[in-house]
Design a protein around this ligand. Structure first.
Ligand SMILES: [Zn+2]
Length: 151
């Protein structure tokens, strides 16, 4: 039987849970817990309470995770903007290249007629497609931004 006062032991129990005790105090608390039902129950209560506090910590963690998710969403908006920039770049290079190619074809009287007519139409069609995709990308990026605000 360990000589102790249950009331005086309580702060030690809390310290034990926090891992703040010296090795000697830890050993004493362990002996008391083995020995005293009252302190054992107090210890269990305290541990349950810590677990509840731990649950609150977990909620904090999930709000951090939410931050993480919204950060990821911002990154995906960044990726969308990257795609738009890429498409704009491709369109400029492609547009200038197509312009030179069409001008060369139309100016070249030796090129077959189907090529002189077909190529500009094909290039125009591809240009329209590029614009369509470009605007869809811009729209998608804006929608992502609004979704982000909601988070
Ligand atoms: Zn006790």
């Amino acid at each position: 039987m360990i000589q102790h006062s249950c009331q005086e032991t309580e702060p030690l129990l809390s310290g034990y849970l926090d891992g703040e005790l010296t090795a000697g105090d830890r050993q004493r608390v362990e002996l008391i817990l083995d020995d005293c039902m009252v302190c054992g129950q107090a210890f269990d209560e305290m541990r349950k309470m810590r677990q509840r506090v731990g649950a609150i910590d977990y909620e904090k963690m999930t709000s951090q995770e939410k931050d993480q998710i919204s950060r990821t969403a911002q990154e995906s908006v960044g990726a969308s903007v990257g795609q738009v920039l890429f498409l704009v770049g491709v369109f400029i290079v492609y547009g200038v290249g197509a312009f030179w190619m069409v001008r060369g074809l139309i100016g070249d009287s030796e090129a077959p007629l189907f090529l002189r007519v077909g190529a500009p139409i094909m290039i125009l069609g591809m240009g329209v497609l590029f614009f369509t995709v470009l605007f869809q990308r811009i729209k998608a990026a804006k929608t992502d931004k609004y979704r982000n605000v909601r988070i």
